[in-house]
Write a protein that binds this ligand. Structure first.
Ligand code: ADP
Length: 591
């Protein structure tokens, strides 16, 4: 139930937590701060994170490393095993994120930050999520209770609190957040003040645990921050550069969660001042591209400031969203220039596989689909959803024809061009293809071309439509995921939970989660292919279609195996707990 909460008056001291240190306050001489190191209970021994994912430096071709990576990512030592019986500490956890579903979402980052915090709260932790308030959010009762305003980064920000699912959702109010376009960009391109907007978010998130009373007490400065992607990557830098030197957040730790390494928050070197860092901290964010990567670089000699690099070098630990991606980002092919930085921090890097929100994505309760179903009646349930989708999209209502789906951003990463490249081969057959996505204008045009060329077989829905994504997932027999790289990927997890077989490029989290079908052993939950070419994609699609058409019993068994997998967030949450324990065992980063 949503609780309306009035924030207690500024200055009230509640409980054992210290109160009210603003950014300004941390520059008070340390001697004047009566900081008392809190006594901490002795910690149980927890084994160190393994370096298994970091130790393979073999051939230079990513494809050649697949078998090694698969071995590495499945090896016992590369996984983080959480167990509440051995790790009984509870933590004050503060997520810092640019997106949080259902309020703001452009992709998996929003989903993760909407689902992992409740899973951690359910395990007994006190959890806050700090995100920008991009809109009024008037569809939810989020704005009940007065806003609390504070000075931050030379401006005034407000905090709005909403409580649900055991989590304190804190929305940072500032005029720079609401925009008529998207979260990060509009039709004219990426917003020019994103560096400022997310610097402000980081500083606001560092003030919230100190200043915001929630249920009668502040979180205080013994927190574990989870800084998500480049937007939040300055959190560990500020902890080290601005707060700890003033005696604040001595017990806090910061974990950088990398959802997509491609986006790093790179800006011109002269914008260093925007971060408001003390002198001598340029090195934390300065970045020089090697000559072959200097295309479009900001300054002569490829100089820039790189926000994510600041996080990578100062975070107490680094987590990424699958074990396979944790390995890939340490290679030149998957590292987007950060591979050496990440390799140097390999001892602190782990992959934790994302889960899925089983309240939102559950075929037995899904409110967007016409017929709910479970593993016991999935054939009938899927057939009804298929018929309904065919009807809604004016496709011939034929149960026997394989219905193939694609959902995702239309861009280089997601391989939508590979789908279009396979279309002439695919749609000459008796199949139906439904694509949902938005992004690159030429790929959007490609989807329209596909629909116009094959009006009885294809639909290309250009747009972001959550109900339609659920309908496609429930109705389709196969879901295409030819992503060139995929840190984790959620659609293949949703697909398997809905009895829909993924056909995916064997990369990152896709390789970790889609077990290739083996007809002789009767194992596997989908089909994977490599290398990432149209030819290889077509070849594996041929296998999948043949299994659907000629071996329906095998296909049904494969669907069932997918539906039985446990992708709940609780597993990921327990692994995060283990990592919190490791972070707390080490001293925090300091220069
Ligand atoms: P990424 O974060 O790289 O975009 P993920 O697979 O991790 O990819 O997450 C994508 C999320 O966004 C999924 O929940 C997916 O269903 C959703 N999504 C992507 N495109 C669309 C769309 N056009 N309409 C509705 N949902 C979409």
């Amino acid at each position: 139930m949503v609780q309306s909460r009035a924030f207690a008056k500024a200055g009230t001291h509640v409980g054992r937590h210290r109160q009210h240190r603003t950014v300004e306050a941390v520059f008070v001489p340390v001697s004047r701060l009566s900081f008392r190191q809190k006594q901490r209970a002795p910690k149980p021994f927890v084994p160190r994170a393994s370096d298994g994912i970091a130790t393979y430096f073999g051939e230079s071709k990513l494809a050649d490393r697949h078998s090694a990576a698969t071995e590495a990512s499945s090896a016992e030592t590369t996984h983080v095993h959480g167990d509440r019986d051995t790790i009984n500490a509870t933590y004050n956890i503060v997520f810092v994120t640019a997106e949080v579903a259902p309020w703001s979402k452009t992709g998996g980052l929003g989903d993760v930050c909407g689902s992992l915090p409740p899973a951690l709260a359910a395990r007994g932790h006190r959890v806050m999520v700090v995100a920008p308030r991009y809109a009024e959010y008037d569809v939810t009762p989020v704005d009940q209770g007065p806003k609390k305003s504070i000075a931050c980064h030379g401006t005034e920000i407000g905090f709005y609190l909403h409580q649900s699912k055991g989590v304190d959702w804190v929305f940072v109010d500032h005029p720079s957040y609401p925009r008529p376009g998207g979260i990060y960009a509009d039709q004219y391109g990426v917003y020019g003040d994103n560096q400022y907007r997310y610097t402000l978010l980081c500083l606001a998130a560092l003030e919230a645990p100190l200043q915001l009373e929630v249920n009668g007490s502040v979180y205080g400065d013994d927190c574990v921050f989870i800084a998500n992607d480049w937007h939040a990557a300055m959190v560990p830098v500020y902890l080290a550069a601005k707060y700890r030197p003033g005696g604040v957040y001595q017990d806090a730790r910061a974990i950088l969660a990398i959802h997509n390494l491609r986006h790093q928050g790179v800006f011109a070197p002269k914008t260093f001042v925007e971060y408001g860092l003390p002198a001598g901290w340029n090195g934390a964010v300065e970045w020089q591209y090697p000559p072959h990567q200097r295309q479009g670089a900001y300054e002569e000699e490829g100089r820039a400031v790189n926000t994510l690099k600041g996080g990578i070098s100062t975070a107490d630990r680094i987590v990424t969203v699958s074990p396979g991606y944790a390995w890939e980002i340490q290679t030149p092919e998957g590292g987007w220039g950060m591979e050496s930085m990440l390799t140097s921090r390999a001892y602190a890097l782990n992959g934790v596989l994302n889960g899925i929100d089983t309240q939102e994505w559950n075929p037995s309760t899904d409110k967007h689909i016409v017929k709910n179903y479970s593993i016991s009646n999935f054939s009938r349930g899927k057939a009804e959803n298929k018929a309904a989708l065919q009807k809604e999209l004016s496709l011939p209502e034929r149960p026997e024809v394989p219905l193939i789906g694609f959902i995702g951003r239309l861009d280089y990463q997601k391989g939508a061009d590979l789908v279009l490249g396979a279309v002439p081969w695919l749609l000459e057959q008796d199949v139906q293809l439904v694509c949902l996505g938005t992004g690159d204008v030429s790929l959007e045009s490609g989807m329209r071309w596909m629909e116009n060329t094959y009006p009885d077989r294809a639909r290309g829905w250009v747009g972001f439509n959550v109900p339609m994504s659920h309908k496609i997932t429930a109705a389709a027999d196969l879901l295409l995921m030819p992503s060139r790289f995929e840190p984790c990927g959620l659609n293949q997890l949703y697909a398997m939970a809905y009895g829909t077989a993924p056909v995916a490029h064997a990369t990152g989290g896709l390789r970790d989660t889609v077990l290739p079908f083996n007809p002789w052993e009767g194992t596997g939950t989908g089909w994977t292919f490599t290398p990432c070419t149209v030819e290889a994609f077509i070849s594996i699609l041929g296998n999948a279609l043949e299994t659907f058409r000629e071996h329906s019993d095998s296909f049904r068994a494969l669907q069932q195996r997918g539906m039985q997998i446990d992708f709940t967030w609780d597993k990921a949450a327990s692994e995060y707990e283990t990592i919190f324990g490791w972070a707390k065992m080490d001293a925090p980063y300091c220069k």
